[in-house]
Ligand binder design. Structure first.
Ligand code: ADP
Ligand code: MG
Length: 257
């Protein structure tokens, strides 16, 4: 895996509060971390700890926050893709038209990008559903279409908000494997949010563990695996898998370590 010692994303003292009835409610408290070029950076944390809020800040959907973040300008301008938690497919476009949307906007529908979409459709098992409308497919299928939309534009920066949460366990293992390998081949710098510990260990080069409200990063753990790094099922046989699982579990349970 080639990972330059260059940072694509730097987050410094990032905090966010929402207006409550009487006082402000702190959702993110002083986040500090950096993501290297080509790195797969996972964030795990309990529901409500501010994971989605963090990604919305990074894609400029939320503009009032404290602290700073910086995304490498060159990488940002050559393409940033965001997979929101609620898959935002356009209801009157077919799955295929949704998947091609990013390319259409960039005016880069070519034989080669069409080939990439076809390849993604078969990897992510959406064959035969290209002409369906979003409301004619399951939640998991819609999620997969939004993953394909993001990867089809070959982004340099990819921000994913629990993209596989509505997908059954067996399919999810398969998609985890394919997703990680595609991300590595594309050399994309990824932040991937999930509440699933196993998914984070497999996908992540590192895993940041967040505490419940107010969301803080309690620890950032190196989760590179000596075995099965390219296969979500086999990675469970790596000797460090269980240790990583227990360590992350403990932090999540106690909110500290
Ligand atoms: P997560 O993605 O980790 O589940 P979110 O970032 O969605 O968490 O939300 C973090 C907290 O902020 C939750 O308690 C949620 O209810 C609250 N929250 C999210 N969006 C808003 C909003 N627009 N206004 C007020 N509170 C919000
Ligand atoms: Mg969320």
């Amino acid at each position: 895996m080639s990972m330059k010692n260059e940072y694509d994303i730097t987050i410094a003292g990032l905090s966010k509060s929402y207006k409550g009835r009487n006082e402000d409610i702190v959702v993110l408290n002083e986040l500090n971390f950096q993501v290297k070029r080509g790195e797969f950076f996972c964030i795990v944390g309990p529901s409500g700890c501010g994971k989605s809020t963090l990604l919305k800040i990074l894609v400029n959907k939320i503009k009032d926050y404290q602290g700073t973040y910086h995304i490498n300008e060159e990488r940002r301008s050559s393409g940033i893709a965001y997979i929101p938690q609620e898959s935002l497919l356009i209801p009157w476009r077919t799955l295929y038209q949704n998947m091609a949307l990013g390319l259409e906007i960039k005016k880069s529908i070519t034989p080669s990008t069409k080939g990439l979409i076809s390849d993604l459709i078969s990897s992510f098992k959406l064959n035969g559903l290209q002409d369906k409308l979003p409301n004619q497919v399951s939640g998991g299928e819609a999620q997969r279409a939004s993953v394909i939309r993001a990867l089809a534009s070959s982004p340099r920066i990819l921000l994913c908000d629990e993209p596989f949460s509505s997908i059954d366990f067996v399919t999810r293992l398969d998609l985890n494997t394919k997703f990680k390998n595609k991300a590595k081949v594309q050399g994309v710098t990824t932040i991937f949010v999930t509440h699933n510990i196993e998914e984070a260990i497999f996908l992540g080069d590192r895993v940041a563990v967040m505490s419940k409200k107010p969301g803080e990063i309690v620890d950032i753990i190196d989760s590179s695996l000596s075995e099965g790094a390219e296969d979500a099922v086999k990675c469970r046989q790596a000797p460090e898998f269980n240790k990583l699982f227990s360590k992350i579990w403990e932090i999540l349970e106690n909110g500290f370590h």
